[in-house]
Design a protein around this ligand. Sequence first.
Ligand code: NAP
Length: 291
Amino acid sequence: MDVGFIGLGQMGKAIAANLVRAGHRLIVWNRSAGPAEELARLGAEAAAHPRDTARAEVLMTMLADDEAARSVLLEQGVLDGARRGLVHVNLATVSVRFAQDLARVHRERGIAYVAAPVFGRPEVAREAKLNVLVAGESSAVSRVEPLLEAFAQRIWPLGSEPERANVVKLAGNFMIASALETMGEAVALARAYGIEGARLLEILTSTLFASPVYQGYGRLIAEQRFEPAAFPVRLGLKDVRLALQAGEAAHVPMPFGSVVRDSLLEAIAAGEADLDWAAVARVALRHAGLR
Ligand code: NAP
């Protein structure tokens, strides 16, 4: 299939490379030139302007946040220059409100809009094992499924309103952030009584909490290994803030979300914005006078 792809950050680069490997013809654009040149070496075409990508049959975007997507899709005219019948698949974690706005803007232009945010970090994307949450008009979803299969372990359909996929994605990241917060507090408690954090996490993640989130992030916390950041604190704060906003819009209190938001803010104030968001566990240690 002819696919336009915008946004070749850690996630986008891995996904686009898998699409090329699966035999699709990609035309790619990224704000900074380096990643597009890397993809060109794999066989993709590098576009001179983001608008050029919207002449394909399907456009995929994996931009950092609402602001980046607004800037590229709307202000730089990508949607205005889109070919008739285009399906746009937005893989990024954006706000529920923006997902609703995007659905409307696409409808007005006769472009199909599919939200397909993903669970899985960059290494999971490289292995083509992402869990893809997908929502949008069913005919558009069916058309893009063969593309999603090129990088998905499993595709989870969530109905025809795109924002539903974003709600599930934000709920998931809120739960990961909460797990990071509780692991940080539990490690601080153990350390205050002379028990190594690594030992506590080894016991808990082998027994009561033997699941991917606790085991994967527990290892990072036990080893205090927060660089290189697969998902930085600044993006984690974005997602918890988006979950709180979505809750507020629907009158859903999320008191624990507010606690976690403040811990992420505190990590940023301590100069840790670009560390992996598992570093938020250190906030609880500092509160307890520990390092
Ligand atoms: P990233 O490595 O920081 O990449 C961000 C991408 O957005 C880059 O291509 C960047 O371009 C582009 N960008 C940022 N601001 C822009 C602007 N104003 N105009 C144009 N382009 C702009 O982030 P990532 O980890 O790939 O994450 C991308 C999305 O996936 C986010 O929504 C994130 O929440 C979500 N996600 C991430 C993970 C993860 O573990 N990392 C997992 C699941 C979902 P430049 O290269 O020029 O900076």
